[in-house]
Write a protein that binds this ligand. Structure first.
Ligand SMILES: [Mn+2]
Length: 430
């Protein structure tokens, strides 16, 4: 791993919280992600299953975590199964977790090699009444491949048809949405790396650069700061490309006078950061661009204040819609009649701002969190309003990541990343 070892107390505490939600005499199983193939013997870079990582810190393929808090054998209340390693295997396959290193990483004392899994499972399943299986119920999930976890779930239900089955997902959604201070620190580190990338881009950008040159500036800074790369596929859209919400081609030349919408964030230790800035190719905004930019920035600042404990996500979006409507009236993009005649299911402002304002962020860029339940302290959200005007050849989105506080305004993890027009222009022209 490129990142520094994480304090294992985080994972010990996460497991303790999960176990506290389990019904009596039950066990829960969590599987690593597969390494996905490309072709021949090529593979995609490994990305750990976020739940297994959350509960163990194990960042290695073919790993399984079992939690069985009521197990009569105290040794089997927490077990990690890992792919076998030794000095000889390490020469060929590179360094893998030893049992000692796995304990240091996760705090799990009982570590077996994977080949013992079936035997141990048979033994402990006979002592349990219920098995928690893990499925991905994220509101945006759309998974076409069969994950290692899905294969496991099929197999275990076949092998042990008499066991009761419970879902891990609601527990994980609730736990993962409220961040531990150690997690907030990791997300802050990801944001700080993003900041370095953005400052580099501000100095680099000028008429004639290509969108992919900007992408390259980010990745240079990310890798030099122990990030393995972008937390999600970056968007670098100049001119009207900014109005294609999921533009990821990043293959056009940036022209004088245009704006560039940059939605890019570093990952650090599997934690995401998610930033959007919009900057002028030439280093100066024109008056119209400034007016729209400041409108978006005001909506962002006002929306942020609404992210307080007790707020319901859907109600928050209605309030942000009102803020945006008033700004669009001010900019002359909407008139009073547009608003009076609007369809309540698709309000007038959505012509220029058609996506959501906030999502949970953490181990996943669009992180777990149950949106119908009230917002709580220590949830991390993005705030990312935008105004997209294809007729005027530009689109503006601004996005920060914030932590909800017990009282008062959220804490902005991107407070040091330039966002005010003067600061952006000063750096670009320095
Ligand atoms: Mn976002």
């Amino acid at each position: 791993m490129k990142y520094d070892l994480i304090n294992s107390n985080l994972f010990i505490k996460n497991r303790k919280n999960f176990k506290a939600k389990m019904v009596s005499n039950s066990l829960a199983v969590f599987n690593a992600n597969d390494i996905y193939p490309i072709g021949a013997d090529s593979t995609m870079p490994f990305q750990q299953d976020r739940n297994l990582f959350y509960l163990s810190g194990v960042d290695q393929e073919e790993s399984i975590l079992v939690l069985f808090p009521d197990c009569p054998n105290a040794k089997h209340r927490e077990i990690l199964f890992l792919t076998e390693t030794n000095a000889h295997i390490a020469v060929w396959e590179g360094e893998k977790l030893t049992k000692e290193k796995a304990f240091e990483t996760s705090g799990v004392k009982t570590v077996y090699w994977l080949q013992d899994f079936d035997k141990i499972m048979k033994e402990i399943m006979s002592q349990a009444d219920t098995i928690y299986i893990n499925t991905n119920e994220h509101y945006r999930a759309n998974v076409a491949t069969e994950t290692r976890e899905a294969r496991f779930n099929k197999k275990i239900k076949e092998q042990f048809p008499a066991h009761k089955v419970e879902k891990s997902n609601p527990i994980l959604q609730r736990l993962r949405s409220v961040k531990d201070p150690l997690e907030i620190d990791l997300i802050q580190q990801a944001c700080n790396i993003t900041e370095k990338g953005f400052r580099r881009v501000l100095k680099f950008t000028k008429p004639g650069v290509w969108e992919y040159n900007i992408e390259a500036e980010f990745i240079h800074e990310f890798l030099n700061n122990r990030s393995k790369g972008f937390a999600y596929t970056p968007i670098v859209g100049s001119g009207n490309n900014a109005n294609v919400l999921h533009y990821i081609e990043n293959n056009q030349q940036c022209k004088a006078g245009d704006l560039i919408l940059i939605d890019a964030g570093a990952e650090y230790a599997n934690y995401a950061s998610d930033m959007t800035r919009t900057i002028p190719v030439s280093g100066r905004f024109n008056d119209r661009q400034k007016a729209v930019y400041n409108a978006v920035n005001r909506v962002k600042n006002e929306a942020t204040k609404l992210l307080v404990p007790g707020t319901i996500w859907a109600d928050y979006h209605i309030e942000v819609g009102k803020l945006m409507t008033s700004e669009l009236l001010g900019l002359g993009l909407l008139d009073k009649a547009d608003v009076q005649n609007e369809d309540k299911d698709w309000p007038a402002y959505k012509k220029y701002f058609m996506h959501g304002t906030s999502h949970h962020m953490g181990l996943d860029t669009h992180d777990y969190g149950i949106l119908t339940e009230p917002i709580q302290a220590n949830m991390v959200f993005t705030v990312e309003p935008g105004i997209y005007i294809p007729d005027e050849g530009f689109g503006i989105r601004l996005e920060d990541d914030v932590v909800v506080q017990e009282t008062g305004e959220p804490f902005n993890l991107m407070r040091n990343i330039p966002i005010e027009i003067e600061e952006i222009e000063d750096i670009m022209n320095s």
